[in-house]
Ligand binder design. Sequence first.
Ligand SMILES: Nc1ncnc2c1ncn2[C@@H]1O[C@H](COP(=O)(O)OP(=O)(O)OP(=O)(O)O)[C@@H](O)[C@H]1O
Ligand SMILES: [Mg+2]
Length: 245
Amino acid sequence: MKEFPKTRLLYEGKAKKIWETDKPELLISEFKDSLTAFNGEKRSSEEGKGALNNMISSALFEYLQKRGVPTHFVKMIDEKHMLHKRAEVIPIEVIVRNIATGSLSRNLGIENGKVLPFALVEFDYKNDELGDPKLNDQHCLILGLVKGRDELEYIRYMARRINTLLQRFYSELALKLVDFKLEFGRDEYDNIILIDELSPDNFRLWDAKTNEKMDKDRFREGIGGVTEAYREVLDRIKNREGEER
Ligand SMILES: Nc1ncnc2c1ncn2[C@@H]1O[C@H](COP(=O)(O)OP(=O)(O)OP(=O)(O)O)[C@@H](O)[C@H]1O
Ligand SMILES: [Mg+2]
């Protein structure tokens, strides 16, 4: 940490503290142990969850970056801290779905667990006060969330590309990538980059053999064993890295 001092708290969210550093273009995410669901209505804390999310996110950012996906990731500093580029956050939650579950099943009556004929990319407005409502392309343009159709098309293209790469990654870990949420931002040169975190707080992962849930749904549904499941995901990632070497 001495190498990268946390100089000022920029933002404290539900899952992370974002710190400024002595370099204006670099920030530090400090991963918290707190768990929230249903727009902050359900809250708890699990010792070690923050570190697991940091380690899983760092491994995934590295995997994507090696395969040509521009991201904010610079390096993992220690168990709880990640160094990354500062970005202007695009307030759109980009949701990618491979298997129907959760709100998609509820809202449209699609059977839970049904494999979708193609990956569905959805946009939600990242706005807690409004309850993160769904957006279509026209909403994004009218609200000025993106600079134009090109940015929106690029974000959709990158989300699909990331999905393809992560589906392959997780299938090697005997995990099904059910759905996930991504965030994008603009770096100092106005490039669109993948930001935020890539953790089981934001990904639904089911065991390939048993369909056991290995993600934050364990907390949402009160199943328990949250950190144990996250640790299992990290262990499988580490085994894979071991085999790659
Ligand atoms: N590279 C980055 N530069 C600037 N802000 C970032 C970057 N990566 C992530 N963020 C923002 O930092 C915040 C992360 O905090 P956290 O995940 O705890 O927020 P949150 O409580 O989930 O709130 P939100 O619903 O806004 O995500 C998010 O608002 C996220 O958009
Ligand atoms: Mg968040």
